[in-house]
Design a protein. Structure first.
Ligand code: ZN
Length: 197
């Protein structure tokens, strides 16, 4: 276990500010489109275009989120125990601040999904109480089903963007759909030159 920790330490300085590596060369709002992904440095502000359908999102909902990229090798720490994965992730993960928007219609659909997931978890709570009170195996199975449905729902309602790679301060982000990535306004605001990034 000690060897795992000595592996982490050279990677980062735990006393540095989380934003310490976002300084030099950062261009505010800079992003670049690479195929079906976005590349950006933190912080990045996307145009007010719905990231799902490409509609004007000025009347929609704006999001200001911080997402994290965690190097995949961190899961090797599972061999030492789940707690090491959690602690290790918090030490080495890289934050990206991102501002983006959904149009009214897409945000409405998101609210319905959130409500549905909340209902599933409420139903699970009720089901667990009855399953225990009646010592019912059938209700126990239903609990398991609701639990799995609730987890899937949470994943579907989770962050819109996922950092798929990180290199020298540049994050690669999945999550924006084609209508956004091909939108003229989005293309106009993107950074073209390699050196401008
Ligand atoms: Zn939309």
């Amino acid at each position: 276990m000690d060897s795992d920790e000595t592996y982490i330490v050279p990677e980062i300085n735990p006393f540095a500010s989380p934003m310490a590596d976002s300084g030099v060369g950062t261009q505010e709002s800079g992003y670049r489109i690479q195929g079906n992904k976005l590349e950006a440095r933190t912080p990045v502000q996307l145009p007010k275009v719905c990231i799902h359908c490409g509609e004007d999102a000025n009347q929609g909902r704006s999001f200001a989120r911080t997402i994290y990229w965690t190097p995949p090798w961190i899961f090797l720490l599972l061999l030492a125990g789940p707690i090491f994965v959690i602690i290790g992730s918090m030490l080495v993960r890289k934050p990206l601040k991102i501002d983006y928007a959904l149009c009214q219609a897409c945000n409405g659909r998101r609210k319905i999904r959130l409500a549905a997931v909340s209902l599933i978890w409420l139903a699970l709570l009720g089901c667990m109480i009855w399953a225990l009170a009646w010592e019912s195996g059938v209700l126990g199975l239903l609990c398991l089903f609701l639990f799995l449905a609730g987890i899937v729902g949470l994943i579907l309602c989770g962050e819109h963007f996922k950092a798929t790679s990180h290199s020298s301060g540049v994050f690669q982000l999945a999550g924006a759909k084609a209508p956004f990535l091909e939108h003229p306004l989005v293309l106009r605001h993107s950074v073209d030159g390699e050196d401008a990034f």
